[in-house]
Design a protein around this ligand. Structure first.
Ligand code: AMP
Ligand code: ZN
Length: 502
């Protein structure tokens, strides 16, 4: 398996630190609003990476944080006159709903920065003791970048150039820095901000230290993979490396993976440019599986431009896979339990001996050995296996999901052209299981739940209207989310609420 490592700028063979295990940390969102679909890109991509490792038999420890203390959260809390934790808890809950809609598995651990302050104080103290950090007069603690000779190794930047670049930028409150490229580990509180006691001043942590501490606590000093969007390479990940390697005295992450941007009109989708769609907004127009499928249609390191046309193409592609899977399920239900429904000549596994041998060699699935197949079906299985190999080769090559999806389409084509009422149950089951297994790696669900009855939908819409009347917007949103999960799109019009199926 090869992974493009930002550290070396090369594809490298994946060798886990511990055989059979993957320790993986993915930087999560700052929770002050609904996540936008740019934030959803790393979630979907690295969830797919995780699923592929699991498919390969690895035990994956997947940690992804929520940044729950930050200027934007504090500003929003002050606007609403509530505690910062009210804002962060609200949007963590909303983010988890969106993740569920996108079929992103919950992480093994979702740590939150505000719950990890003792670990941060420990790491900062260690860095000071080792001479890698210092406290300024006002109690701000800075990382001393000049003390880490390898600073810049991830972003391939040179410290001297960085220092002269930063010299021009004066940040208010950061006058106590020894050098322009030093960065904050701990900062004093300001009026109206949450704060914690520390040996240096009452205050709060800098952003970078959170991830170093959470990765250490939940995964250990050395981890296999650290990931996030490419905007995090500098300074966030560069600074994480400096902190972790100086504090722990060990290399931090072996492989650094970064996804390209999700763009809109070829500009990065971001809150600051106000050119974003939230996942919630998209869920009102599309089944979120379409969004997931869209994200997987490009290589994760390439930029991806969001457009209605590409979403339409994704909707059609997904539909094609689902229709094929549905047909296979139907055929499977109809086929007799044993043997082929027809009387084709020649069988793949004739006689118990052959079956046992094949099973022992692990070469065949249960479906294959459940009954005899015709010669044509055996040839179909061989073709399907080649396509599985193609899928794996694509994923083994730095998670080329675009090519992996093409292999799934080829399987669909094979199924459409070879499976019908005359097929053996064994063959139909084999194709169905294969398509489902590969779609499962992509986090794509092939079975759409039975359509909800109109009355059920109307009742939910009524309940949402009632919740809105009572100003219980959280409940109203939750109901909208449920309806969206059922593939129902709501439209608030002057004549009232209209709905349609996605
Ligand atoms: P943030 O909440 O801005 O810290 O972002 C959370 C994650 O989303 C990080 O891994 C970012 O790199 C990633 N991200 C933010 N915007 C985009 C975008 N437009 N395209 C791809 N990834 C993004
Ligand atoms: Zn991080």
């Amino acid at each position: 398996m090869k992974i493009f490592n930002t550290l070396s700028r090369r594809k490298e063979e994946f060798v886990p630190l511990e055989p059979g295990k993957v320790k993986m940390y993915v930087c999560g969102p700052t929770v002050y609003n609904y996540i936008h679909i740019g934030n959803a890109r790393p979630m979907i991509i690295f969830d797919t990476v995780r699923r592929y490792f699991e498919y390969k038999g690895y035990d994956v420890n997947y940690v992804s944080n929520f940044t729950d203390v930050d200027d934007k959260i504090i500003n929003k809390a002050n606007e609403e006159g509530v505690d910062a934790s009210v804002i962060s808890e609200r949007f963590i809950a909303e983010c988890k709903k969106d993740m569920a809609g996108l079929n992103v598995k919950p992480a093994t651990t979702h740590p939150q920065a505000t719950q990890e302050i003792p670990g941060m104080l420990d790491m900062i103290s260690t860095l000071i003791e080792k001479g890698h950090a210092y406290a300024a007069e006002d109690g701000t603690v800075y990382f001393r970048t000049s003390s880490f000779k390898e600073y810049g190794k991830l972003s391939h930047k040179n410290l001297d150039e960085l220092q002269s670049g930063f010299r021009e930028i004066k940040v208010t409150g950061e006058e106590g820095k020894e050098s322009a490229a030093d960065f904050v580990l701990w900062k004093p509180k300001k009026e109206g901000e949450p704060y914690w006691d520390s040996p240096w001043c009452q205050g709060r942590p800098g952003w970078h230290i959170e991830c170093s501490v959470m990765a250490k606590r939940y995964l250990g000093d050395e981890i296999d993979i650290h990931a996030g969007g490419e905007d995090l390479i500098f300074p966030h990940h560069e600074n994480e490396i400096a902190q972790s390697e100086c504090a722990n005295g060990k290399p931090f992450a072996k492989y650094w993976m970064h996804n390209g941007f999700l763009n809109i009109d070829n500009k990065k989708m971001s809150k600051s440019l106000n050119n974003f769609f939230t996942v919630r907004e998209i869920s009102e127009k599309y089944d979120l599986q379409v969004l997931r499928f869209f994200m997987l249609s490009a290589h994760y390191r390439s930029p991806l431009n969001f457009s209605a046309e590409l979403m339409e193409a994704s909707r059609n592609g997904l539909e094609r896979i689902r229709t094929a899977a549905e047909k296979l399920r139907e055929l499977e239900g109809r086929a007799k339990d044993q043997g082929s429904g027809n009387t084709g000549t020649g069988t793949a596994a004739s006689g118990d001996g052959a079956m046992l041998e094949a099973e022992a060699a692990g070469a065949m699935t249960k479906a294959e050995t459940a009954g005899a197949m015709t010669e044509a079906e055996t040839a179909g299985v061989t073709q399907a296996k080649e396509l599985v190999a193609k899928f794996e080769a694509a994923m083994d090559d730095d998670f080329n999901t675009a090519d992996a999806v093409s292999a799934i389409f080829e399987l669909v084509k094979l199924s459409n052209s070879t499976a019908d009422e005359n097929s053996s149950k064994a063959y139909v089951t084999y194709l169905k299981e294969t398509i489902e297994k590969l779609c499962g790696v992509m986090g794509i669900v092939t079975e759409v739940k039975a359509e909800a009855l109109d009355e059920e939908i109307e009742a939910l819409i009524q309940a949402r209207q009632q919740a809105r009347k009572e100003k219980n917007y959280a409940l109203a949103d939750e109901i909208r989310g449920r309806l969206s999960g059922m593939g129902i799109i709501l439209e608030d019009t002057r004549e009232g609420v209209k709905w349609k199926r996605a």
